[in-house]
Design a protein around this ligand. Structure first.
Ligand SMILES: NC(=O)c1ccc[n+]([C@@H]2O[C@H](COP(=O)([O-])OP(=O)(O)OC[C@H]3O[C@@H](n4cnc5c(N)ncnc54)[C@H](OP(=O)(O)O)[C@@H]3O)[C@@H](O)[C@H]2O)c1
Length: 292
């Protein structure tokens, strides 16, 4: 059975932080501390945990971050005023609106109000448009993190067939754009699958690089994988178990079933997750550098 290499997001993210150190020092010498404002609406426990872990990373790197907690029933106008206030606050180079927002708020309308120069999540239509035109400024953090994993492990995408399962605006869609850009780091032939795609295993089995961004625990098993494929598992799903916590985290890939078939795979946890946080830090540093 061929050995499957584990692509460690932890290892790659440590390299990212190391490379950021001189850039952060340079900013600090100019009196600039990269700052991120995180807007958290409501009290979803999973979002709170996630936002806290982001905050810890910023503190550890001696960067500035502040979480703005807003009530679950906040109206659209009040939330937009808060965003405008943060757009004009020089302490913050990045503004992040934690998704999902409560149902009464229109996420697209809200995200549109973030100054594109502070849109470190890359969700503003201006930044998505720039990405689609092949001139990205802020690239959404999870897709950017996946591309950095390819770069770190010297995976050449040019000429390869990439299959992305999932077409969300925050993961699958930007990854399909990124991997197919006419650039030295991409240039793949990309196919995107979704819930309306008949026979996904047949398409996935043609992939040299298979990316799962679905949100269905362990959906992708050996029947989807061409021997020798490289696999990226973006999924983070909680499934109940008998542990003290009452749940465990699993990806969209059935990890055990593809070991020995895939050439390489990202684990869950410890794969794409740490990269998303690292890219958010990197994008915030990039936003701060616009002030130099
Ligand atoms: N590692 C990280 O840092 C990170 C960051 C973000 C998200 N995630 C995880 O990544 C996963 C995807 O997140 P997301 O925000 O992209 O989710 P999403 O917005 O729910 O999108 C899921 C996509 O998968 C497709 N899909 C769902 N069920 C399917 C099925 N049975 N067959 C084929 N396609 C199916 C959907 O198709 P339709 O478009 O047709 O509905 C949609 O395009 C989740 O587990 C999430 O927790 C991880």
């Amino acid at each position: 059975m061929p050995k499957t290499k584990i692509f460690s997001g932890k290892e790659v993210s440590e390299a990212v932080y190391k490379n950021l150190q001189p850039r952060i020092s340079r900013l600090k010498q100019q009196g600039i501390t990269p700052g991120l404002a995180v807007i958290l609406v409501g009290n979803d426990p999973a979002s709170q945990v996630y936002v806290r872990s982001k905050g810890r990373k910023f503190n550890k790197l001696d960067l500035f971050s502040e979480t703005i907690m807003l009530p679950v029933d906040i109206d659209e106008d009040s939330l937009i005023s808060k965003i405008h206030e943060l757009n004009n606050d020089n302490r913050f180079h990045g503004i992040l609106v934690q998704l999902p927002l409560p149902k009464h708020l229109d996420s697209n309308k809200i995200l549109f109000e973030v100054n594109p120069k502070k849109d470190v999540d890359g969700f503003h239509p201006v930044n998505i448009g720039k990405l689609a035109l092949g001139e990205p400024q802020f690239i959404p953090c999870t897709p950017k993190g996946v591309m950095r994993i390819f770069d770190h492990y010297n995976i050449e995408l040019s000429g390869k067939h990439v299959v992305v399962v999932g077409r969300s605006n925050i993961v699958g869609r930007p990854l399909s754009i990124l991997t197919s850009l006419k650039t030295s780091y991409a240039n793949a032939t990309t196919t995107i699958c979704h819930s309306g795609t008949p026979d996904i295993p047949k398409i996935a089995k043609q992939a040299d690089v298979l990316i799962a961004a679905i949100g269905v625990p362990e959906m992708i098993d050996e029947t989807y994988v061409k021997p020798g494929a490289i696999m990226i598992d973006v999924g983070i799903n909680r499934v109940e178990d008998d542990s003290e916590k009452g749940y465990k985290l699993v990806g969209d890939v059935n990890f055990e079933s593809v070991i020995g078939i895939a050439t390489a795979i990202t684990p869950v946890p410890g794969g794409v997750g740490p990269m998303t946080i690292a890219m958010r830090v990197e994008n915030t540093v990039e936003a701060a550098e616009l002030d130099l």
